[in-house]
Design a protein around this ligand. Sequence first.
Ligand code: MN
Length: 192
Amino acid sequence: MKFEQPRLPYAIDALQPAISARTIDFHYGKHEKTYIDTLNTLIEGTPFADMSLEEIIAKSDGKLFNNAAQAWNHIFYFFQFSPNGLKAPSGKLAEKIDATFGSFDDFKRIFEEKGATLFGSGWVWLSADKDGELHITQGANASNPMTDGLRPILVFDVWEHAYYLDYQNRRAEYLHNLWQVVDWDIVSMRYE
Ligand code: MN
């Protein structure tokens, strides 16, 4: 299977000022695209060509794992944003966030802190385990919590390429501003 880069469900400048059009142009247009192009090159003519992206992530390592996971992670990242989305979780996820972290504000503070303190490149994730319990985890480089049996709900990209054009070294400010564009309708549905 050849993987196609999905088109963004919003305009390139729709997430400003939290994420600039220039950052989307590089991050989605070049970084994400390159991971998907490289993935397609690596799987061509191999048994991986008939697998889903999730299967490839589960069964590969090294360069193939890195590009498959980065493709998945970036698609998941860009599809959780919207300029006019719901600004707070709803339904079961809202209840579970309050029960687990105290309040939505406490959750956001802890999530930002986990992103800010991750050393080097990686991702900060909110995931659910098989019992529906929520976990915030830091993942280095291309890692994805699916390989630990968790179901991803929300992710912030903390590679420098995600924020350097807009925020330079101010990673914490980037993480804080991302809440402006997270669409909790989409994120809450991922938990249902
Ligand atoms: Mn990225």
